[in-house]
Each structure stands twice: as C-alpha cells, then as structure tokens.
Design a protein around this ligand. Structure first.
Ligand code: HEC
Length: 159
C-alpha cells in the first residue's frame, strides 16, 4: 500500500480511497485496471443522461456517417482499429470500441467521452465540432459496431 501511494501520487491516492469500497480483483496490469476503474467510477460524468435516439437502422447509419468523418483516423472504419497503423503503439493504446471496457460505459458516459475527450491521451473532444444529435447517433453506432475488419481500412492509410 505504501509503495503504491508513492507511485500514484497524492491525487491518485485520493482516487484510490474513493475506489476503496470496490472489490474488483486487479488483473495482471494494475495500472490498466486502476485507470479503467478510475475512469468508469470517478472521472467520466453524465452516467444517467439518456440517449434521445432509438436504435433504428437510420440512426445507426447517421452515426456511422459521422464516425467515418471524425473518428476513423484513430479508431478505424469498424471502431476496432482495423488498418490504423499506430493504434497499438501509442500510450495509452487506442482501445477497440467493441471491447467490454468501452461497452460497459453508459450511453451518457460515452457521450461525455466524445464531448470532452480524455486528457492527457490522444482522444480529442468533439463538442462544438459535432452537434449533440451527431454525437448521440455515434453512441448508437458504437452499440452496433460492424464485425471487425468488415469495413476495410481508412482511406488515408491505404495510399
Ligand atoms: C487522434 C486520434 C483519435 C480520434 C480522432 C478519436 N479518438 Fe477516440 N480514442 C483515442 C485514444 C488514444 C483513446 C484511448 C484513450 C484512453 O484510454 O485514455 C480513445 C478512446 C476512445 C473511447 C473509449 C474511452 C475509454 O475510456 O476507454 C471512445 C468511446 C472513443 N475514443 C470514441 C471516439 C469517437 C466517437 C471519435 C470521433 C468523434 C473518436 N474517438 C476520435 C484517439 C482518438
């Protein structure tokens, strides 16, 4: 415990205290577990905000369209990093948006992540660039991602 507090610093220790009630078992990489847990429980807001759009084919198509302009450079056409050359080489690496860690967020939290981005990683905030409607439809698309690899690679990397 002592060594841990030193390595995560005072702010980290405060978050750790906030997480103390949680009985999750740390997986092999404590740091990854810690950051994932901290993001899900502490940092990322708007848990209860509801998505105003139903999951219709039209909404999914709208979300896919917006995603294909603003997100594919880092997340791939399928949201699963297909064809993104640096996805695994940056820190933190770009997660598959189909992964349980990402899918466990509520719709409100996904909206928040897309609005504000995640500092200090490379995930940018889109509030102001994209409308609320576009972002909510992207959230619907994220819940209905196509199979990995089925959409080809982002154009910008294939030339
Ligand atoms: C410049 C590259 C880049 C762009 C563009 C980008 N992202 Fe990300 N995204 C990242 C990185 C890096 C992470 C990992 C962040 C982390 O774990 O701290 C991430 C993480 C995420 C996550 C998961 C958050 C988590 O806590 O695991 C979601 C959801 C997401 N991005 C959605 C989007 C959407 C939707 C768009 C388009 C509006 C987008 N991203 C555009 C780089 C990018």
């Amino acid at each position: 415990m002592r060594a841990l507090r030193i390595s995560v610093g005072a702010a980290g220790a405060a978050v750790l205290l906030a997480l103390a009630g949680c009985k999750a078992t740390p997986p092999s990489s404590f740091e990854t577990w810690f950051m994932t847990a901290a993001k899900h429980r502490v940092f990322v807001g708007d848990k209860s905000e509801k998505n105003p759009f139903p999951a219709t084919a039209e909404t999914i198509a709208d979300g896919k369209e917006a995603f294909s302009h603003y997100c594919v450079a880092c997340h791939g056409m399928d949201g699963q990093n297909t064809g993104v050359p640096f996805a695994g080489h940056i820190s933190p690496p770009i997660p598959s948006l189909a992964s349980p860690e990402v899918q466990r967020y509520t719709d409100g939290q996904l909206k928040w992540v897309i609005d504000y981005g995640l500092w200090p990683s490379g995930m940018p905030g889109s509030k102001g660039t994209l409308s609320d409607d576009e972002i909510w439809s992207i959230v619907v698309f994220l819940r209905h991602l196509p199979p990995a690899g089925s959409q080809g690679e982002p154009e910008m990397y294939s030339h």
